[in-house]
Design a binder for this molecule. Structure first.
Ligand code: UDP
Length: 335
C-alpha cells in the first residue's frame, strides 16, 4: 500500500469516522485507521481491507513508522474527545487530546511532505451565534473548552498553511445523527448524552425517561433547536473534501448541516411517529451552555464541494437510529 494513494484516518473507529471509513472503502480508497479505541470500537471497522492500528495520534514513533510504510497522501482527522460537559470540568484533557496531540501528527506530516488534512471541526466553534442561520462568516467565539480546543486547531492549520503549504478543510459539523441505512454500524457512546439516542434508550428501557432540558427558550415550542445532519451525509462530505484537496483545491472552512432546524419536542414527536411508541419523558431545567438555536447555512459546502445533505427528513434520520438501537446489537458493539 505504499503507492502514495493511501489515506490515514485517525479516530476512524468512532461514530462519524467509522461511517466515513465504510463509505471511502466502498469507493475503493485505501486506508489505515489509527485509533486508540478509548471511545472507538474495533467492530465498527467492517471492511476487511481496512487496516486498524491501535495507537495514539500523539505517538511520533508510531506515526513515523506508518508514514514510512504507507506514504500517505492525506490525513482525515477525527480523533478527539467530544463531551462538552466533561471539557468544562476537565479542560486539560481536551486541550491535550484535541489541540496538543494533533501537533505530533502535523509534525510528522510536515516531515513526510503530506500536505492534505481533512479536519472534524464543529459548530461549537461559533459559540452563541450572532445570527441564524450560521454562515462561515459568523464570529467564532466558542463558549466551552471543547469548542475552543477545536477552534485552536483550526487556527494552527492556517498557520501551517502559511509556513509549509498544508491545505486543509475544516468541516464544521452540526448535530451528527442517524446511522448506516442497513443498521450495521451506528452510534455507541458511553456515556451517551446525545438527544436522539437518549430518546431511543428511554424507549428500549436502557435508560430512564428522557429529560427535556428547558422549555422556556425563545423558540416556537420553547425547546432548543438544532440542525441534525445524518452521519452518512457527513461521510459523503469527507469524500468530497478529499477529492477537493486531491485536485489541488484551496483550504476551506465549511458548515455541514441540513439548513433545517428541529426542536427537542419535534425530535420526540418524530421518534414517536417512527416507532409507534410513546416516549417516557420529564421536563427539566436548561442545560448550562446550550444556545437556543444552532442551524447551519450549508450553502458554502454546496458551492465549494458540491455537497449538500440528502437525508433532510428527520423521520428518516431517527428511523435509521432506531434501526441500530433496536437491531441485533441493540445499539452497542459490545455488551
Ligand atoms: N437534550 C435534551 N435532553 C437530553 C439530551 C439533549 O433535552 O437528554 C437537548 C439539548 O439541550 C440540546 C439538544 O437536545 O438542545 C441536542 O443536544 P445534544 O447533546 O444531542 O447535542 P449538542 O447540541 O449539545 O451538541
Amino acid at each position: 500500500m505504499s503507492d502514495g494513494n493511501a489515506i490515514l484516518v485517525t479516530g476512524g473507529a468512532g461514530y462519524i469516522g467509522s461511517h466515513t471509513v465504510r463509505l471511502l472503502a466502498s469507493m475503493g480508497r485505501k486506508m489505515v485507521v489509527l485509533d486508540n479505541l478509548v471511545y472507538g470500537h474495533e467492530e465498527a471497522i467492517v471492511d476487511p481491507g481496512v487496516k486498524l492500528v491501535h495507537g495514539d495520534i500523539g505517538d511520533h514513533a508510531l506515526l513515523r513508522e506508518l508514514f514510512e510504510e504507507y506514504s500517505f497522501s492525506a490525513v482525515v482527522h477525527f480523533a478527539a474527545y467530544a463531551y462538552v460537559g466533561e471539557s468544562v470540568t476537565n479542560p486539560l484533557k481536551y486541550y491535550r487530546n484535541n489541540t496538543s496531540a494533533p501537533l505530533a501528527l502535523l509534525e510528522v506530516m510536515q516531515e513526510f511532505g503530506c500536505k492534505q488534512f481533512v479536519f472534524s471541526s464543529t459548530c461549537a466553534t461559533y459559540g452563541v451565534p450572532d445570527q441564524i442561520p450560521i454562515t462561515e462568516k459568523n464570529t467564532q467565539n466558542p463558549i466551552n473548552p471543547y469548542g475552543r480546543s477545536k477552534w485552536m486547531l483550526e487556527m494552527i492549520l492556517q498557520d501551517c498553511e502559511v509556513a509549509w503549504g498544508l491545505r486543509s478543510t475544516c468541516l464544521r459539523y452540526f448535530n451528527a445523527s442517524g446511522c448506516s441505512a442497513d443498521g450495521l454500524i451506528g452510534e455507541d457512546h458511553n456515556p451517551e448524552t446525545h438527544l436522539i439516542p437518549r430518546v431511543l434508550m428511554a424507549l428500549t428501557g436502557e435508560a430512564g425517561p428522557v429529560e427535556v432540558f428547558g422549555t422556556d427558550y425563545p423558540t416556537p415550542d420553547g425547546t432548543c433547536i438544532r440542525d441534525y445532519i445524518h452521519v452518512e451525509d457527513l461521510a459523503a462530505a469527507h469524500a468530497r473534501a478529499l477529492d477537493h484537496l486531491g485536485a489541488g483545491g484551496e483550504s476551506l472552512r465549511v458548515n455541514l448541516g441540513t439548513g433545517v432546524g428541529v426542536s427537542v419536542k419535534e425530535i420526540i414527536q418524530a421518534v414517536e411517529q417512527a416507532t409507534g411508541r410513546q416516549v417516557p419523558l420529564i421536563y427539566g431545567p436548561r442545560r448550562p451552555g446550550d444556545p437556543a438555536q444552532l442551524v447551519a447555512d450549508p450553502s458554502l459546502a454546496w458551492e465549494k464541494l458540491g455537497w449538500k445533505a440528502q437525508k433532510t427528513n428527520i423521520l428518516e434520520t431517527v428511523s435509521s437510529a432506531w434501526k441500530w438501537m433496536s437491531g441485533p446489537r441493540g445499539g452497542r458493539y459490545r455488551h
